[in-house]
Design a protein around this ligand. Structure first.
Ligand code: 9MR
Length: 475
């Protein structure tokens, strides 16, 4: 169980953030988008602090038949863009039955070669990798897929699962390889399994979600290799793809296994002629974002594209913007998401966050439950306070930088981490170092802070980080 927990970071005087990334960072999660090099208009860096290559890191683009790499130019463009704009990257995806390109039909040894090459190629520039994508069958069977790469599987004793000694499982073996590469290279990259129609505990009609249950068993059995779970969250009228009221409970049960949970490919059909997915699109977005916010280990949401017209499912108008080609207009769904993010987390019911007092989910004025480490200092210069959201083995820190009685134009915050604590990601700041005393300084858009006002940045780490004392220097 975690140590001291503070999640809410919205103070009484806090102005609402005006971008998704800022509001998300304040709440302690990332808000990302899928993109390709042709879609990198300024809105990407302004609104989002995480980026997933929509197609450019798939084996069909970058893998050779022997597990080597090729055509990495577009992927590099996206990674470089993300770095410049202080965004996390999710690598997508290493082992997948679809878009396998030259890897189609490969054996495990070749898959392992590819896994090693891809992980090492980008190293820590990729915060999360989808190691295995869409391993489970459609139609709520709860089975693995039968096509390659799952043809590599062998159920030695024929008992119907692949968890026994002697069984062969491409999921397990791919994760083992990925974990070895991460450990050998000292990487901080987190290894995820990603799938769709796994979002709720149930599907339409209250039927058990057997696909979600199967994913849960995989994560439970292979927990030592798997760091994170992606629910794709392509919500539509398919009976197995609707938004159910038990979404939060399902996120919670995975979180209780100790993994991070992400909504990795979010889009929500706006078709109101069929009421399967409940209220209007904006309200549905609100509901989904809230479900994530209410679980401390739901640490990121990624929408699958910017605008409806550019979406893989344009006819469902499932995204947050209309328009296209860099000229985008915010939809009601955008405003709903921003508003919900600005309300912050309410993890009072999250057992992975013991000690958090109940917080009114709709109130914009919630007092942090742990007093600031360094109280804001009403002088010139700046002061910094940190609020921690911890769980066994990890934490997310939200650091508030407050200007004194005069405006500041830049800031640096030094934080001495306890031994064993390591920063794995950070957002809304430039960072030097990952352990010991780590320095964070402002990025282009948050260096100027008016007198008495504040800005926030965040970082995520492994280990324990109690008693942090941030030291702020203004420039
Ligand atoms: O959005 C992607 C689209 O441009 C591609 O044509 C398609 C090909 O399969 O893949 C889409 O992305 C998929 C993602 O990689 C995995 N989950 C489902 C996504 C939508 O199909």
């Amino acid at each position: 169980m975690g140590s001291a927990v503070t999640v809410q970071s919205i103070g009484p005087a806090a102005a609402a953030e005006t971008t998704l990334r800022a509001a998300a960072a304040k709440a302690g999660l990332f808000f990302g988008v899928a993109a390709s090099p042709g879609r990198l208009s300024s809105i990407v860096g302004q609104e989002f602090n995480q980026l997933t290559p929509e197609n450019d890191m798939k084996p069909s683009t970058i893998a050779t038949s022997s597990g080597g790499l090729q055509n990495t130019g577009n992927a590099d463009t996206l990674v470089n863009y993300a770095q410049t704009n202080n965004m996390l990257v999710r690598g997508h995806t290493l082992v997948w039955h679809s878009q396998a390109g030259a890897l189609q039909g490969a054996n495990q040894a070749t898959l392992n070669t590819f896994i090693g090459n891809a992980l090492n190629r980008w190293g820590n520039r990729i915060a999360y990798w989808d190691v295995v994508n869409e391993a489970l069958d459609d139609n709520n069977t709860g089975n693995r897929r039968s096509q390659w790469p799952h043809t590599l599987n062998r159920d030695a004793n024929g008992d119907g699962d692949l968890f026994d000694t002697g069984d062969t499982d491409v999921i397990r073996d791919s994760f083992i390889r990925a974990k070895q590469v991460v450990q050998a290279g000292g990487l901080t990259t987190k290894l995820c399994i990603n799938d769709y129609d796994v979002e709720g505990l149930t599907v339409r009609g209250g039927v058990q979600n057997r696909k979600a249950n199967a994913l849960y068993e995989i994560v439970r059995n292979y927990r030592q290799y798997i760091d994170c779970v992606g629910f794709q969250a392509h919500f539509n009228d398919n009976p197995n793809s609707i938004i159910t009221d038990d979404l939060q409970a399902n996120i919670q049960r995975f979180a209780d296994l100790g993994v991070e949970v992400h909504l990795t490919e979010l889009d929500i059909d706006d078709d109101l002629s069929n009421n399967d997915i409940g209220a209007g699109q904006a309200e549905n977005y609100r509901k989904v974002v809230r479900a994530c916010l209410n679980v401390a280990k739901c640490t990121g949401i990624t929408v699958w594209g910017i605008a409806d017209s550019e979406s893989w499912r344009s006819s469902e108008r499932g995204l947050l913007f209309t328009g296209g080609s860099g000229n985008y207009q915010k939809k009601a769904a955008y405003h709903a998401v921003l508003d919900e993010l600005n309300k912050g987390r309410d993890v009072s019911t999250d057992p992975t966050s013991p000690g958090t007092p109940p917080t009114p989910s709709a109130s914009p004025s919630v007092t942090p439950s742990v007093p600031p480490t360094t109280p804001p200092n009403p002088t010139t210069g700046c002061s910094a306070t940190v609020s921690l959201n911890s769980w066994t083995g990890g934490f997310v820190a939200t650091v508030r930088v407050t200007a004194g009685t005069a405006p500041i134009n830049g800031w640096t915050v030094g934080i001495a981490l306890p031994s064993g604590a390591t920063v794995t990601n950070s957002w809304n700041a430039n960072r030097t170092g990952t352990s010991g005393t780590v320095q964070f300084s402002n990025v282009s858009y948050n260096g100027s802070v008016n007198a008495g006002q504040y800005t926030e940045f965040g970082f995520q780490g492994s280990g324990t980080a109690t008693g942090l004392t941030p030291v702020c220097t203004a420039s």
